[in-house]
Design a protein around this ligand. Sequence first.
Ligand SMILES: [Zn+2]
Length: 436
Amino acid sequence: MKRLSRGLAVLGLLLAAAIAPAHAAELSALESRIVQAVKARSPAALALLEKSVHINSGTLNVEGVKEVGRVFRAELDELGFATRWIDMPAEMARAGHLAAQRDGTRGKRVLLLGHMDTVFEPSSPVAPWQPDGPRIRGQGVSDMKGGVVILLEALRALKSVGVLDGAAVGVLLTGDEESVGQPGARARAELVQMARKSDAVLSFEGMGLDGSGEESLSTARRGAGGWVLTVTGKQGHSSGIFGPHAGYGAAYELARIVNAFREQLIEPGLTFGAGVMMAGTEVAFDPAQARGTAAGKSNVIPPQAMARGDLRALTPEQRDRARSRMREIVAKNLPGTSATITFAESYPPMPATPANEALLEMYSQVSVDLGMRPVKAANPETRGAGDVQFAAPYAAGLDGLGATGGGAHSPLEYLHPESIERNAIRAALMIYRLTR
Ligand SMILES: [Zn+2]
């Protein structure tokens, strides 16, 4: 790991050198008006955020997510977008998504992404909105209703100075980012459709902020998926184990396989956790409950074993290479056993392409032109997965344009309220420069 972090540090320095803008450029008169327009709305922007946060929208609270959708839809209607609600099938038990579009032919076609749901269901004891000194605590204040308000206020400022007309801007606010409805391909079909018609996708998840005040955006996010390993052996008296008739049993075969994964697959950027393993004469596992049972005796060679885990990779190539090596390992069965492994992908990898890095460079230049610090690329190994990854195969992507704060997915979630104005200004200039 030492070598890995040193390698990443060097890469980081090279990237920083590559993206460090030489000089701050003057804002144009129009850009200064965009900045003023965002600032004029700041109290109203916080009021909109507070209103949306007071509506519980835990992913499974279908009515709550729809209600938040109505609040944001009214804003997008007012901004001249054609809006529509996309329902999901009833059996998916998710609220659906809010899509909005303004057609135009000027500059790049931009898609803005956010999500309306939070991890806090109605039973959560966390207070929805609680000012706490310079911070605001609450349900989804930074992950990511704050980001949605930033997106809306950026668009509002562009409209108020007259530069939204003629720009091709789409907005998709998903209702199930924190727990994607299944099947995932259905739940993200609209996102893929809109990404296919876009040149640049900007996602408003929380912005990275380290202890020294350095901000970061994601140009890459690791893909995430799962694997299921099923092993069978011959049941028999344990006194005969390793013999020509009884074989090695399912437990030793399972142990061989996962140990071989650990010995042979570890490389930078790739992780593969084994989350649950069982072996015995009878093994049953219920994925919906993430719970299972195993039965067996110490004097019986177990005929059944299973393991389930995850697989996270930086690129599709790394994912595919890992999968094929895992399949090879699984196929080299111990005597008297057999094994199969299956893979499912929940988030495709978003590699750090030159196009993504160009978007970061553009955002960082906006920041410097405004007299703020440059913004660097976040390390994808320190973050989970996100919606922007579904768009990554089709358009350039950049994530993390939302609010700064912390404690996401915990009762301590908080927001730096001043980041709403600050990041709405940067998002507005970014969208303006992309679409001019
Ligand atoms: Zn989020």
